[in-house]
Design a protein around this ligand. Structure first.
Ligand code: ATP
Ligand code: MG
Ligand code: MG
Length: 352
């Protein structure tokens, strides 16, 4: 197709729209906010609510294929779209990753290691989950959480009541606390032809629940784990008959890699690919959903990606003086604490 429909108009959609334009394709973005970051760079912006079926039908009719930049789209909204145009990644991938419980069951069924988990709906199921999993543990809302929001740490049985209250009655999942040495992620893609291409795993550092920095190659990550990470990502993509780019977050423990969560979209920890690879994650995703062959994921440079969050924007003039720094800003009108405003990729020649 020559017009890609993108649901959601944040920075991920913005960078997808730019990648689409570079391939000679048009990006039609759907986002309720007229000032959405992607609106400034796309071919067309529809500003209607995600629940507006009439607008969704018109949007679907105006594009050749539909993709999305966030996983919390109401699934009912997609029924109307799917009746008209293909959606990549598919509904099953979206359904699986929208709900942490469904996601963990899917991963466990594939034979992949996850944190021990149990469903929690009330005080009784929480007590049972604690008895089964032990403490420390983390209680998370099953749906809608991001940047560590909707999570509560339980260190002692006395923490249970407050943790449960913080869920505000939403269905939750208790996860055993994983004693990891670090967090890595794999960004992988699968094409319409079923071919899989993965980028090198990077190490991710968080602050206040928000991704701060990704470093590629992952310093000191054993070659065996690099391979394992890429292979398990491929198994996830194949099992879902997936088309597009996926982010797979992993915990590194002495014995094995534990899957934390999957994101059915381009991923913040893959932004390094913009300056480390011939074909970056955004072009890769557009290629996949448009039915093009994929790039191979090869890395020509080492990259440290740093997010610019809130007041980090004040550092941009200084960063711009560093010739090894590629700067990517999202055009958000308002700086707010905790808001992702942009990122920088510090590039050095590949050494390994
Ligand atoms: P994202 O913004 O990546 O979507 P999220 O809100 O979906 O984040 P998670 O990735 O599940 O949340 O958790 C956020 C962070 O909390 C993880 O990156 C990790 O540092 C920590 N964490 C989550 N689950 C566990 C666990 N079971 N054991 C130890 N640490 C955990
Ligand atoms: Mg998440
Ligand atoms: Mg996460």
């Amino acid at each position: 197709g020559s017009t890609i429909g993108i649901l959601g108009g944040g920075q991920l959609a913005r960078m997808l729209a730019v990648a689409a334009a570079r391939l000679g394709l048009k990006a039609h973005v759907y986002d309720p906010a007229p000032a959405a970051p992607a609106g400034q760079v796309c071919y067309r912006l529809t500003t209607a609510a995600f629940g507006d079926t009439e607008a969704l039908v018109a949007f679907a009719n105006a594009v050749d294929v539909v993709t999305y930049e966030f996983e919390n789209i109401p699934t009912e909204s997609l029924d109307a779209v799917e009746a008209i145009r293909p959606i990549h990644p598919n509904r099953e991938a979206l359904r699986t990753s929208q709900d942490r419980l469904v996601e963990k069951r899917f991963l466990a069924e594939l034979g992949l290691a996850t944190a021990p988990f149990a469903a929690v709906d009330d005080a009784a199921t929480l007590d049972a989950a604690i008895a089964e999993i032990g403490l420390p543990a983390i209680l998370k809302t099953r749906r809608m959480g991001y940047d560590g929001k909707g999570q509560a740490r339980l260190n002692a049985p006395g923490d249970a009541e407050t943790a449960l209250q913080s869920m505000n009655g939403a269905p939750a999942i208790l996860e055993g606390f994983v004693d990891f040495s670090r967090e890595i992620s794999v960004i992988a893609a699968r094409g319409l032809d079923g071919r899989v291409a993965a980028f090198d795993p990077g190490v991710n550092e968080h602050a206040d629940g928000i991704l701060r920095r990704s470093t590629v190659p992952a310093p000191g990550l054993p070659a065996r784990m690099r391979t394992d990470a890429v292979l398990l990502a491929g198994r996830i993509l194949n099992a879902l008959d997936y088309v597009g780019v996926m982010g797979v977050e992993l915990f590194v423990t002495p014995g094995e890699l534990i899957v934390n969560e999957i994101a059915p979209r381009v991923h913040n920890s893959g932004h390094w690919t913009q300056n480390g690879c011939a074909v970056d994650q955004f072009e890769q995703h557009v290629r996949a959903v448009a039915g093009w062959p994929l790039g191979d994921g090869g890395r020509h440079s080492n990259v440290v990606m740093e997010n610019l969050i809130g007041d980090d924007m004040d550092r941009v003039p200084d960063l711009a003086r560093d010739p090894a720094c590629a700067i990517h800003l999202y055009g958000k009108a308002e700086t707010r604490p905790g808001r992702k405003m942009g990122h920088v990729n510090r590039v050095t020649p590949r050494a390994d």
